[in-house]
Design a protein around this ligand. Structure first.
Ligand code: ATP
Ligand code: ZN
Ligand code: MG
Length: 509
């Protein structure tokens, strides 16, 4: 995509231009090329680099300038670089810069636009039109908007949407890393149906929610014990408790604010906790037996955030703004203190895709090398658990979002060594009953994304990286039971021993 920017800026000064001031200002404009070429690649086309077009138009205490640029020293950067020169040029005439008004800002993008691409309604864009293979955007922005890099963000967002339209939806680059091969199978049945029939679980009233009876929880706890003994303890992770109500500020920093809205369980607070304010709502239920939802909706604030979605973001305020001592790294923690919630797509039936789920989240941070090293150790430990303890039919795959695949960050194609190490490995298990593969956990190396977002530094000055791994207990259970069935005598020895005799406490008549 070729980029062109054009901007007209009206600079207001504290005094009128004298003839000498006009000349000095005009000279500063015509000699400004050098300040704009700083940091620009040597072989860049001069038309691609920001500059001031023509002479300034001066009237009274105003000077109007037209900036144009390609991708380098974009017009707003050029404006701010030029602004820095002004005191030296006009100070001797006792003229100070009062205000900058942006009277026009145009972005022209030239390239191949996919058929399905439509310019979305976006703030700051007052008009958009296609001229052949060009998209012309008019922006209404202030100098403060420019300081906040609004045009860069808009362009980036539109480029992302063009790529999304090109690659279609949520395409992922999927690359097989390991496949276990066949393992003993003792079931061809849907584990959810089986568990229901055996009274291990029951539907809870809310969407995608289950009540887990004692035998199901025995299995959950057996898995937890295996994870503790074989993975978490030997690799030196310490337990923490992360909050489960996540305010917007956390998701703004973690980046989740970019897109989780369709899947969030939102959280609201009462406008007041004065019982008198709520009395009629209470009485309504007492009289009608119905909850007065329409009225409640009017008396709550927010949403102030949502329920735990990805589990690790609410850890980060613990280290936010801190510099970590070299000798406490790599820091290794985990959380298993509560549920995660997602408004999943309809037709949720089994325990493998639920709106409320239980997950052990492992999180670590340190230098890039430390972060990658721990990820590798985790992969090794998981491998042993799935092969030798759970005897699962499983595989692992590197999954890369399409935009990263596009940037050549996959495998050996990476231009620098760093890209190929960042990313997610999914672990999948085979479900004989529907002949599909189920992602039951993952390991991600997130690079500096979270440390940057939460402003975390390392004493040595090295870049701080982090990783995380989510072990979904419903997914482990679904995978295990789908392959091994519900009879402990068919299970691998350690699992059977840890579970013990399934306790079926309730007898329904
Ligand atoms: P999927 O593509 O299956 O929806 P995901 O990519 O959304 O999975 P992640 O966001 O990577 O999953 O979540 C990490 C882990 O959390 C998963 O590997 C899985 O164990 C668990 N998990 C995620 N969503 C659910 C769910 N709806 N029900 C049960 N477990 C889940
Ligand atoms: Zn995470
Ligand atoms: Mg999902």
């Amino acid at each position: 995509m070729q980029l062109r920017f054009a901007m007209t800026a009206k600079l207001q000064f504290s005094a009128e231009f004298s003839e000498e001031a006009k000349t000095a200002f005009g000279n500063a404009v015509s000699g400004s090329g050098a300040i704009f070429s700083k940091g620009v690649p040597k072989d860049a086309d001069s038309a691609d680099v920001g500059h001031i077009e023509g002479a300034p138009r001066i009237e009274g205490n105003y000077a109007e300038l037209t900036f144009v640029s390609g991708p380098y020293t974009r017009v707003h950067d050029a404006l701010f670089r030029f602004r820095k020169q002004i005191p030296a040029v006009l100070g001797k005439f006792r003229m100070g810069l009062r205000e900058i008004e942006i009277s026009g800002y145009t972005v022209t993008m030239t390239g191949a636009f996919p058929e399905v691409f439509r310019v979305p309604a976006l703030p700051f864009i007052t008009s958009s039109r296609f001229q052949g293979d060009q998209l012309v955007l008019e922006l209404k922005v202030t100098a403060t908007d420019l300081e906040n890099r609004i045009p860069d963000r808009l362009v980036r967002l539109i480029e992302e949407k063009i790529e999304a339209a090109t690659y279609g939806g949520k395409g992922e680059h999927w690359e097989l890393l390991f496949e276990s091969g066949p393992k003993p199978r003792y079931s061809e049945k849907d584990p959810t149906t089986e568990m229901l029939e055996h009274g291990w679980i029951k539907h809870a009233p809310a969407r995608g929610q289950w009540i887990f009876g004692p035998p199901a929880v025995q299995l959950f706890r057996a898995f937890e014990t295996i994870v503790m003994r074989e993975i978490i303890s030997p690799l030196g992770f310490s337990e923490m408790i992360f909050p489960k109500m996540v305010p917007w500020e956390v998701w703004m920093r973690s980046g989740h604010a970019k897109g989780i809205y369709p899947e969030v369980y939102y959280i609201c607070t009462p406008k007041t906790r004065d019982p008198a304010y709520w009395e009629d709502v209470s009485d309504y239920f007492k009289v009608t037996g119905e909850v007065w939802v329409d009225e409640i909706r009017k008396r709550i604030d927010g949403p102030i955030g949502g329920m735990c979605y990805a589990q690790c973001p609410p850890f980060w305020p613990f280290v936010q703004g801190e510099t970590l001592a070299n000798d406490c790294l790599p820091a290794r923690v985990f959380d298993r203190s509560g549920t995660s919630h997602r408004y999943e797509s309809g037709g949720i039936h089994g325990i493998e895709r639920v709106d409320e789920f239980h997950r052990i989240e492992i999180l670590w941070l340190g230098t890039a090398e430390q972060t990658v090293d721990i990820a590798e150790k985790l992969h090794g430990a998981y491998h042993r658990v799935f092969e030798d303890i759970l005897e699962l039919e499983w595989r692992s795959a590197k999954v890369t979002p399409w935009f990263m695949a596009q940037e050549g960050m996959v495998g050996g194609e990476a231009s620098c060594g760093c890209g190929s190490r960042i990313g997610t490995t999914d672990y999948e298990a085979y479900l004989p009953y529907n002949e599909s593969w189920l992602e039951f956990q993952n390991v991600s190396i997130n690079g500096d994304k979270y440390p940057k977002g939460f402003n975390v530094k390392i004493q040595s000055g090295a870049d701080c990286w982090s990783g995380c791994s989510g072990i979904g207990l419903e997914r482990w259970t679904a995978a295990f039971l789908a392959q091994k069935g519900l009879k402990p005598e068919d299970w691998p020895e350690m699992v059977a021993r840890l579970v013990g005799e399934p306790k079926n406490l309730f007898k329904f008549l």
